[in-house]
Design a protein around this ligand. Structure first.
Ligand SMILES: CC(C)(COP(=O)(O)OP(=O)(O)OC[C@H]1O[C@@H](n2cnc3c(N)ncnc32)[C@H](O)[C@@H]1OP(=O)(O)O)[C@@H](O)C(=O)NCCC(=O)NCCS
Length: 163
């Protein structure tokens, strides 16, 4: 891969960029969960960016100088660590950017990690399971957990990665 993949902490000036990438992310997820844009054409416009919350961390995924995705982590101070949101733009998918970014996240925050995804999102399911095998040579656990407050949705799959 010619360009290095790096993570950079989100700062207040990044919020306009984040709002746009957030829309692309939700458009991708809408394929699996059936969300529709609101009357202004926006998906779920609330960004999970409380930049002052010490328990969470947000990163822009950079490919060389280009900003190609984001990752949000929770449980920084109250483990387990959890990848709350993760996105790579389509143009650089299947080139290893997501895997390199996730590995950097794991390295930045050491501890017990949990990753959730929906089985209806087969790309994400394959991506996270493959990564779990690679980063947990001694094995990892899987659980199905109901989505809080959304009994109509199928349970999420959680991968519990050994620390
Ligand atoms: C899931 C996502 C982050 C993967 O990012 P990526 O940069 O394409 O991932 P990588 O290139 O590192 O993929 C590594 C491996 O994961 C698997 N994988 C990734 N995307 C896949 C897909 N769409 N279908 C099947 N396998 C996939 C493959 O095994 C791949 O290796 P290969 O390309 O050599 O076959 C990206 O597709 C994305 O942002 N999707 C939309 C948002 C989303 O679903 N986020 C996750 C929410 S839980």
């Amino acid at each position: 891969m010619p360009n290095p993949v790096t993570l950079r902490s989100i700062v207040p000036d990044d919020l306009p960029l984040m709002e746009r990438l957030w829309q692309l992310y939700w458009h991708d997820l809408s394929e699996f969960r059936g969300m529709l844009p609101d009357d202004t054409g926006l998906f779920n416009p609330r960004l999970p960016t409380d930049l002052h919350d010490p328990d969470s961390a947000g990163y822009i995924i950079c490919h060389g100088t280009r900003k190609v995705g984001f990752a949000f982590v929770s449980g920084v101070e109250t483990p387990p660590l959890h990848i709350a949101e993760f996105f790579v733009v389509r143009a650089v998918r299947r080139s290893g950017v997501g895997s390199l970014a996730a590995r950097q996240l794991f390295a930045k925050h050491s501890g017990h990690w949990e990753v959730a995804f929906q089985e209806e999102n087969p790309g994400a399911a394959r991506f996270w399971r493959r990564l779990a095998v690679e980063v947990c040579p001694t094995g990892y656990r899987e659980e199905r957990r109901a989505v809080p407050g959304k009994p109509h949705l199928p349970p999420d799959t959680w991968l519990l990665l050994a620390a």
